[in-house]
Design a binder for this molecule. Structure first.
Ligand SMILES: [Zn+2]
Length: 450
């Protein structure tokens, strides 16, 4: 493929960041229609737009394949980003300014960098500059990934599965090498969400006389405290074992990181030298429980009669909802649990794709072209992405990128949904080239096989 100019991808990324498609979980947030318009203008095509809720647009562009029945390749970036706390940032999070060789802004690594790279490489197929692949090449830029995909991939999978072919998929997440010179991390598996709301009820009364009052806030605060103090259940998955074995940790540390009895101690040790990597290791091996939103009360002098807490829980591949219920019952005790209303918000199992096959090998070809080594590191990620919807329909789905040495694995992990999110221009260029070669080699390999 003719080289894609760095400036073109940087400019597209900057526009996507400036569009501020902030998804705060409310139906009326997101405003992904802005970035749909950006992509339509950039690609010079309308695509097929769906809008399940005003402003919550996704757009799908297709370059038909040449060989009937050949497997499709779906490029699946999302358009939305999470909210920011501007005071924590060194630069305006939505100005997308370039400082010190980085593009700064919300979405710079999650995942508008990949969105821009995918759109740029796709434009070459849409314009005919690159020959079509044997199967369909589809770019689906979607809304609402950051809130479970209800208005994006979830909606499309249910109402317009024809727009999302489910053979092979490239989506997020992409990270730098865990150890310099090690295998290229390729996301092949992810944890599943178990997002719940816990609700308690009490009896309203005058807050001047709290003696033996039935205060819903106090009841729920006790529950949250117990959950936070509890040891979370460990699950060492085959995907974690593969990752640890290939990541480049010392033999001693690696052996303890896959041993359920010594794992927590090893993570504590890791935390002393690299807190983000320790957090990642903990998340990849535990059913995690994070309280995130707490609401209660109406007025300073009224005992609250209701309280709600949002829990973000995550399941390791192999764990299920029964593990969540067991954990809640064990920590809270049946008496306390039975007095709480537990409402499911988004739930689904973790899942994985095999680290082999034509797309896996195409990524290897691209890694070899751009790094000199085809070594890849299959990675489990603790976050939930749109891949779960496609894997649920039988697709093989990966996330991959290529990063320069200006930021390490742990540092970059800490920027996801964090302050000072940024991507180096070198990484943006390298990722675009890697993805472009991957798509081209995917087509070559399919053509060679027929
Ligand atoms: Zn993302």
């Amino acid at each position: 493929m003719a080289e894609i100019a760095t400036g073109e991808v940087v400019e597209l990324l900057q526009t996507l960041i400036r569009n501020r498609c902030v998804n705060d979980g409310n139906d009326d947030s997101g405003h992904e229609h802005r970035s749909v318009t950006t992509l339509q203008q950039y690609l010079g095509a309308e695509g097929e737009v769906v809008e399940p809720h005003p402003g919550r647009q996704s757009v799908v562009f297709t370059v038909p394949g040449t060989t009937p029945g050949a497997p499709s390749l779906l490029l699946l970036p999302h358009l939305d980003v999470v909210p920011v706390t501007p005071s924590g940032w060194s630069w305006d999070p939505f100005a997308a300014e370039v400082h010190d060789g980085f593009v700064w802004g919300r979405g710079a690594i999650d995942m508008l960098n990949i969105t821009a790279a995918m759109a740029a490489l796709f434009s070459r197929y849409l314009s005919g500059a690159m020959p079509p692949l044997p199967g369909d090449l589809v770019l689906a830029a979607v809304a609402d990934e950051e809130a479970g995909g209800v208005f994006g991939v979830g909606w499309l999978s249910e109402h317009r599965p024809d727009l999302l072919p489910a053979d092979f998929v490239l989506t997020e997440i992409a990270t730098p090498h865990v150890v310099p010179g090690g295998g290229l991390p390729v996301t092949v598996a992810e944890k599943g969400p178990s997002w719940k709301v816990l609700a308690t009820r009490g009896t309203p009364g005058h807050a001047s006389q709290p003696y033996r009052s039935d205060n819903a806030l106090v009841t729920l605060a006790e529950v949250i405290g117990l959950l936070d103090a509890a040891t979370e259940p460990v699950a060492v998955s085959p995907q974690w074992v593969t990752f640890v074995t290939g990541a480049g940790f010392s033999d001693d540390l690696a052996s303890r990181l896959v041993d359920p009895d010594r794992l927590d101690e090893a993570i504590d040790e890791l935390a002393a030298s690299d807190a983000p990597v320790a957090r990642f290791a903990h998340a990849c091996t535990h059913l995690t429980v994070a309280p995130t939103v707490f609401t209660s009360g109406t007025k300073s002098n009224v005992i609250p009669d209701s309280a709600e807490a949002h829990l973000d829980m995550r399941l390791v591949p192999g764990q299920g909802e029964s593990d969540v219920v067991d954990h809640l019952r064990k920590v809270l005790g049946p008496g306390r649990l039975d007095r709480i209303e537990v409402i499911d918000k988004v739930t689904g199992p973790g899942n994985a794709s095999p680290a082999d096959g034509v797309l896996w090998e195409a990524i290897g070809d691209a890694a070899e072209t751009h790094t000199g080594s085809r070594e890849r590191l299959p990675m489990l990620i603790p976050v939930t992405t749109d891949a779960r919807h496609l894997r649920g329909r039988g697709a093989v789905s990966y996330g991959v990128g290529l990063f320069d040495d200006r930021m390490g694995f742990g540092e970059m992990l800490s920027l996801f949904h964090g302050n000072d999110e940024r991507v180096s221009i070198g990484s943006l260029t390298a990722t675009t080239a890697l993805l472009a070669t991957t798509v081209a080699r995917f087509g070559d390999r399919l053509a060679e096989a027929t």
